[in-house]
Every structure is written in structure tokens, then in C-alpha cells.
Write a protein that binds this ligand. Structure first.
Ligand SMILES: Nc1ncnc2c1ncn2[C@@H]1O[C@H](COP(=O)(O)OP(=O)(O)OP(=O)(O)O)[C@@H](O)[C@H]1O
Ligand SMILES: [Mg+2]
Length: 261
């Protein structure tokens, strides 16, 4: 479990995170939900150590991360897998070399043969067993996300962070990527944190959802609770989704009972 306590962050005197406290639960898909500019990426960067919060603390399974010794921070960083927005593959490396890259960086004790086995295993796990020799330019957007997931989990991560894993994907491919992330989370009992604006993801894989609005956490709960949340800003966010608008329209026409939206 990752515990976030009272995180504050400002840029040039402009507060972006205004005292955020929340938890990301182990073995669950924790979704950071909110509109553009609400501070989701800044919060994620603070949690993974790419940015220093001005105030507050972050704890990974009981070990304090913020302001701790370099060695302890590095040990935690080693357990973190990241799926970056846009996949961020190295264009000049094959798919297999992309997946191997963090192993070379983080686990120098592995032999070349062990690394090859691990790459093969991870590519197979994401359904890309035959794509190792391809270049990123030769594969689709959905496949790139899969490579990004394989690369993130290659070093046996305990914590997996995904910044908008569905951006740029069609709805069916998005669903498959969501399902893959969820399966991997459950299978390896990973603490997964996913940044999203996507209501499809919320209702499919939102084990624990944290709603951010203008640098504040306004609500948290599960996918079963979110449609009944009584927070006006969250209701407005949900209702701005075309999926939910369509469901509400059908309900209005048929009076089938989708209420409280
Ligand atoms: N390095 C930075 N320097 C200055 N301001 C920043 C920096 N990073 C983010 N901000 C500001 O912080 C605010 C929150 O940005 P953030 O990227 O966290 O939004 P977000 O919720 O991830 O939005 P989106 O959904 O569009 O990705 C924005 O106003 C942004 O301009
Ligand atoms: Mg962002």
C-alpha cells in the first residue's frame, strides 16, 4: 500500500496540489481521475520521486519515501514500473531490447541468458511473443502500449504507475489494455496506479478511484459507488462523458432506472 499524506506542491507561488491525502491499495487498480490541469501528473511525479513535494509524506508499504536516505529511495525506485504516456519506447531499439533495457539498468546481477528469458516471458505475458525483433515503428499503438507494459513489469515491479494508458487508442483496444493491466495487477498482487480521464476505465477496472479537482481530492471510492457520489464537481465530470450521457438518454427514454447521474 502507498500512503500519501498532505502533499502540497506549488510552481512559482501557484498551488497545484493543495494538501492531498489518499492511499493506493495493494493488489488493486487505483485510478487517479480528474480533468486536465487538476494535478494528476504532478501527484504521480511526486509519488515516483521525479518531483519533490513542498510538504507532506509518501510511504511505500511502511517505508517513508519522501526525504529519506538516497539508498532507501533507490531501493523503492527499483520496485517501481512506469508506463509512460505515449508508451515512450526507444525508436532505435527492437521491441525485445526495449523490454530488456530496465533489466540492464536495474538488475546488473542478471546474466544475458536470464535477461533474454525474462524478456521472452514478459512479451509472452502481454501477448507479443512474436514481436521481439520488430522495431517500434513497425507496430500499432496498442502493441506499443503492450510493449510499455512488458517493459514496466520486466524488473518484477511491486508498484506499477500508468499515465493515461488508453490515450490514442480505440475503445476496444483500450478495453484490452485495461484488462491486461488489471490481470497483471491481480496476478502479481501489484499496487497499480492509473491516471485516466476515461469513464470506460472507471467502470471496468476502478477498484479504488480518487477524484482530483483543482489540486484537491474531492472524493474516493469504488466503481460501484461512483455513479451515486453526491459531489457536484464529480457528477459534472461523470456527466460530461458521452458514454454516461448516452446511458442517461436511454434511461430517460425507457425509464429503466439509472438514477442519480
Ligand atoms: N514542471 C512544471 N512547472 C510549472 N508548472 C507545472 C509543471 N508541471 C505541471 N505544472 C502545472 O501544474 C498544473 C497541473 O498539471 P498536471 O500536469 O499535473 O495536470 P494533469 O491533471 O495531469 O492534466 P492532464 O490531464 O491534462 O494531463 C498545470 O497547471 C500545469 O501547468
Ligand atoms: Mg497529466
Amino acid at each position: 500500500m502507498i500512503e500519501i499524506h498532505n502533499i502540497e506542491k506549488s510552481f512559482d507561488g501557484n498551488p497545484v496540489l493543495k494538501g492531498i491525502s489518499c492511499t493506493f491499495e495493494t493488489g488493486k487498480c487505483n485510478l487517479l481521475l480528474g480533468g486536465s490541469g487538476t494535478g494528476k501528473s504532478v501527484l504521480l511525479q511526486c509519488v515516483v520521486g521525479l518531483m519533490q513535494p513542498d510538504l507532506g509524506s509518501i510511504t511505500f508499504d511502511g517505508t517513508v519515501f519522501t526525504n529519506n536516505k538516497v539508498q532507501i529511495r533507490q531501493e523503492i525506485r527499483r520496485k517501481i514500473g512506469m508506463l509512460f504516456q505515449g508508451s515512450a519506447l526507444f525508436d532505435s531499439m527492437t521491441v525485445a531490447k526495449n523490454v530488456e533495457f530496465p533489466l540492464q539498468m536495474l538488475t546488473p546481477e542478471m546474466s544475458a541468458a536470464e535477461r533474454r528469458d525474462r524478456v521472452e516471458f514478459c512479451l509472452k505475458r502481454v501477448g507479443l511473443e512474436n514481436a521481439g525483433d520488430k522495431m517500434p515503428s513497425e507496430i500499432s499503438g496498442g502493441m506499443k502500449k503492450r510493449v510499455g507494459i512488458a517493459r514496466a513489469i520486466a524488473p518484477n515491479c511491486t508498484y506499477l504507475f500508468c499515465d493515461e494508458p488508453n490515450s490514442g487508442l480505440d475503445p476496444l483496444t483500450s478495453l484490452k489494455i485495461d484488462e491486461l493491466i488489471q490481470e497483471i495487477t491481480y496476478e502479481y498482487n501489484i499496487t497499480t496506479v492509473i491516471i485516466t480521464h476515461d469513464m470506460n476505465s472507471v467502470v471496468e477496472i476502478g477498484d479504488h478511484i480518487i477524484f482530483l479537482y483543482k489540486g484537491l481530492k474531492l472524493w474516493d471510492g469504488t466503481k460501484d459507488e461512483i455513479l451515486n457520489a453526491q459531489v457536484p464537481e464529480l457528477k459534472e465530470f461523470i456527466f460530461s462523458s458521452s458514454l454516461v450521457r448516452a446511458a442517461k438518454r436511454i434511461d430517460d427514454e425507457t425509464h429503466s432506472g439509472v438514477e442519480n447521474l
